[in-house]
Design a protein around this ligand. Sequence first.
Ligand SMILES: NC(=O)c1ccc[n+]([C@@H]2O[C@H](COP(=O)([O-])OP(=O)(O)OC[C@H]3O[C@@H](n4cnc5c(N)ncnc54)[C@H](O)[C@@H]3O)[C@@H](O)[C@H]2O)c1
Length: 377
Amino acid sequence: MTIGIGIIGCGFISDAYLRGAARSGHLSVLGVADIVPEAAAAKADAHGVAARPIDDLLADPAVEIVVNLTVPLAHAEVSTRILDAGKHVYTEKPLAATFSAASALVAHAAQAGLRVGCAPDTFFGAPHQAIRRAVDEGVIGRVVGGSVGFYNPGMESWHPAPDFLFKPGAGPVLDAGPYLATYLVNLLGPVRSVVAAGSRGRDRRTIATGPRRGEHIEVEVDTTVNAVLEFASGADVALTVSWDVPGTTRPPIEVYGETGTLSGPTPNWFGGEVRTTGGGGEWRDIDVSRFAFGEITGEARPGVIVADYRSIGIVDMALALRSGRPHRASGDLALHVLEVLEGILTAAAEGRRIEMATTCERPAPLPPGAGEEVLEG
Ligand SMILES: NC(=O)c1ccc[n+]([C@@H]2O[C@H](COP(=O)([O-])OP(=O)(O)OC[C@H]3O[C@@H](n4cnc5c(N)ncnc54)[C@H](O)[C@@H]3O)[C@@H](O)[C@H]2O)c1
């Protein structure tokens, strides 16, 4: 089964999607488009696909899913256009720049009978699925708490056009937060409420790489935020996102249960190792290889932290469309995650606890196996 997809937004992250789609037996890229035609032409050349005007791509009946890889402030507008063209949409995170725009988008799709999928799909990764399995099987008993974080000195050190990252709609809460919050909702279920505090390390950042090296960016968002997520399950998890951290030894993921701890790699990527004290005694490794998706890219193994299978969420959505089952990286999940993240920003700005209005089901766990065939059922 192959499904025709189109891509709108040909910037930095589009290479990962085009590589993933090319390696998948289930996706056929029928065209790429961008508001800047030269950007689409460059990616088309690099990946051997067609560059097309946006309207032409949206009018193609062979395109069933359109992937929105534009910047966060354009997500809602571009995704709405995709739905209006009668196509299913899969978008990069966040679902929209605001919870209210995202709610309207999800409602619009439901009314039109179309699907919304949203990144991140990193929770499909082998170590993250292995932790989910361990929690579900009671390896650490009832989960009481946890500590998760994403920390680095600043995105301006490697991104050639990082302006959008320091503006409303991004910042570490909306840029890195979706990885952590999606991971946690997949693991523990929906969030009931959040509390948080935020700060800004510097008012101005300097681009360190690419043709705009040396240019300044005015910072308009908090770049360090500490939050506590209070889950409906009763677990409380500390979440830190920061672009003001020169170095750290704090683990990216720890989950504390009544009878043990699970420790895992950052959900910013698909790979890495998992350790636990569950069952008592010393730390021991959990075998994550049976959840591996290495077959898809052929280049990365589960233990390789930067394993990148971006597009697996689209494959899952494509297969789910054909079989009629729910897809995992869903609009409902992304909407709840965005409410949590916006709640963190509001809690930090106003110094109060924010209750969630939305909830969602945990995505179905991936059956152990290797490659895309485990998604077919
Ligand atoms: N850079 C990363 O490592 C990374 C990783 C994961 C996710 N993401 C997410 O992917 C998305 C894109 O990030 P990026 O780093 O590729 O950004 P980018 O700025 O490099 O690329 C965005 C592209 O979208 C195009 N675009 C903007 N508005 C448009 C519109 N209205 N219509 C059509 N095209 C439009 C731009 O011309 C540009 O080519 C963001 O949502 C980001 O959060 C980025």
